[in-house]
Design a protein around this ligand. Structure first.
Ligand SMILES: Cc1cc2nc3c(=O)[nH]c(=O)nc-3n(C[C@H](O)[C@H](O)[C@H](O)COP(=O)(O)O)c2cc1C
Length: 352
């Protein structure tokens, strides 16, 4: 039985609010030495269908895209849409952002009460102007007292674990991942993820894995390494280089959810499965599209939003550009299936 199920049973019998004594699955996973793989929080990407798909391919933990604390408190319908998830996605974290400690705490309580995720993640990493101008995301990194006030307020308000995701610093001049991480731990963060780039780097350059290693060394809470894991071998290299407790993957999984299977094999010292062939790749495309349509309900809207995934799935394929152009014009899965089948037949004829 899941710890939450046990909690409910005990609550019912005793009439008392259960005080969590069993460790949530994802925390014990982190301490087991197995190095869980995380699907990174990603706006417009780590949505329920993709999270389910990645769980199927071996992502051990998934995180929602960042959700505005303000939107949650205003009961904005669209915002609350981002908070929905399926039981099959567990363990899942909901990530929130904002710069007002009391408002963040209030939003966290709503998330816990209405959705009961396995943990709540606070975003201190988002580099987008619209967010940092209001001191949200990585904007908070300019004021570590504020970072701590937010963590303390959230931690004091909810009973599920509170985790944080940071960048290495606001700017290159003020790059200070160890100090930021220590302040987060002192304020009560239970797990910390470091995307080892500064805010000003956005996504340029390479992630500095030495900084992940330094943070692992400095903290006693589990540390998740993040940045530039593109292959199964990268996941193993990151663990070896940093001794991190978990590995988080974002862009490497785009159009390649099987990266989690490859990363797991590499971490477990097993042969890393090859990239899937065209029929297997397209089987995954169809499965992903079906999940997206079921989630969205409006097929045409779902297929339009699915274009980015189609672009990623077909990247690098011979004559992929033409296929992409055709796929971008479809409005139903049936139309896409015809194009995929024709491409598959042609590619098999070429390789036969
Ligand atoms: C499209 C996109 C959306 C993202 N949205 C979020 C987000 O909502 N919250 C967050 O903490 N990080 C977000 N990130 C950052 C990723 O979680 C991750 O830290 C970053 O991409 C580095 O990992 P990677 O090298 O594996 O891509 C986003 C990244 C991408 C590419």
């Amino acid at each position: 039985m899941e710890w939450r199920g046990k909690a409910a049973a005990i609550e019912q019998r005793s009439g008392f609010r259960y005080i969590q004594v069993m460790e949530p699955t994802f925390l014990s996973m982190l301490k087991s030495g197995r190095t869980p793989l995380y699907l990174a929080p990603q706006a417009g990407v780590s949505e329920s269908p993709f999270r389910r798909l990645c769980r199927g391919f071996g992502a051990d933990v998934v995180v929602s895209e960042f959700v505005s604390a303000e939107g949650i408190r205003r009961h904005d319908r669209r915002t609350h849409g981002y908070l929905q998830f399926d039981a099959a996605e567990r363990p899942i974290g909901i990530q929130i952002f904002g710069a007002d400690p009391a408002g963040m705490a209030e939003a966290a309580v709503l998330v816990e009460e209405l959705y009961r995720p396995d943990f709540l993640d606070i975003n201190f990493g988002c580099p987008v102007k619209k967010v940092v101008n209001r001191n949200g995301g990585s904007g908070c990194l300019r004021d570590l007292d504020l970072v701590q006030a937010i963590i303390r307020a959230v931690r004091g308000a909810i009973s599920i674990p509170v985790t944080v995701k940071i960048r290495s610093g606001w700017s290159e001049d003020s790059r200070n991942p160890v100090e930021i991480a220590r302040r987060c731990e002192d304020a009560g963060a239970e797990v910390l993820t470091l995307h080892a780039r500064s805010r000003t780097q956005m996504y340029s350059g390479v992630a500095n894995w030495d900084e992940i290693a330094a943070v692992v060394e400095a903290l006693s809470i589990p540390v998740i390494g993040n940045g530039d894991v593109w292959t199964g071998a990268d996941a193993l290299r990151m663990r070896e280089h940093t001794r991190c407790d978990g590995v988080m993957i974002a862009r490497g999984s785009h159009g390649a959810p099987w990266l989690f299977t490859q990363a797991r094999a590499a971490l477990d010292g097993l042969p890393v499965p090859a990239e899937p062939d065209v029929p297997e790749r397209f089987r995954v495309v169809r499965e992903h599209a079906r999940l997206a349509i079921a989630f969205e309900r409006d097929e045409e809207k779902a297929m339009i939003e699915f274009r980015k995934h189609l672009g990623w799935y077909t990247k690098g394929l011979p004559n992929g550009r033409l296929l992409r152009q055709e796929l971008f014009a479809v409005s139903t899965l049936a139309e896409a299936e015809v194009l995929l089948a024709a491409y598959q037949e042609e590619s098999l004829a070429v390789t036969a």
